[in-house]
Design a protein around this ligand. Sequence first.
Ligand SMILES: Cc1cc2nc3c(=O)[nH]c(=O)nc-3n(C[C@H](O)[C@H](O)[C@H](O)COP(=O)(O)O)c2cc1C
Length: 189
Amino acid sequence: MLKGLVLKNRSYRRFYQEVSIELETLRELVDLARLSASAMNLQPLKYVLSCESQKNALIFSHLGWAGYLKDWPGPVEGERPSAYIIVLGDTEISRSFGCDHGIAAQSILLGATERGLGGCMIATVKRQELSQALGIAPRYEILLVIALGKPKETVVIDKVDPNGDAKYWRDSQGVHHVPKRALGGIIIG
Ligand SMILES: Cc1cc2nc3c(=O)[nH]c(=O)nc-3n(C[C@H](O)[C@H](O)[C@H](O)COP(=O)(O)O)c2cc1C
């Protein structure tokens, strides 16, 4: 069951923008992150939630999408995320956040997948500008933005080809391909 959820939990970047996500759903997803592992149990992560169009548009304009898809600047209006969860590090709790935000983001995305939603972790963020635009206090560092919505694209997992190229790509039908390395190639001892 968990493997099924992990397989379905791909990075989605095109959505049915008209399908809205309730604030309560975002709160439930953050609750999954709250209950996840944290180094030294410091729990330094804080969150900003967005599920209304003006705030979504503001966040969207600060994000970088799918760096390997050189001809694709990101989702068009109508296919943009319906919601965002911005993961912040509270520097008054800790100066370094290790992998806490990755763990939190995975919990959030697995929860979203279980609910028939999908999303993408985004680290390509104009952090300073976004902080300013949202009026986020300087003590909070933007670590990741998680885009969320009802996926409008098909994503398939491929095997990494013999020359080892793991770059994702999109075919002529618009299907997004994500090559994954073989199990035998990643267990080295
Ligand atoms: C830490 C992290 C940062 C990422 N940043 C971005 C990003 O800035 N923009 C983007 O479009 N995708 C981003 N991604 C999504 C990856 O491109 C994606 O995970 C990868 O292509 C594998 O696809 P999969 O998630 O479906 O397995 C990020 C993923 C991770 C884990």
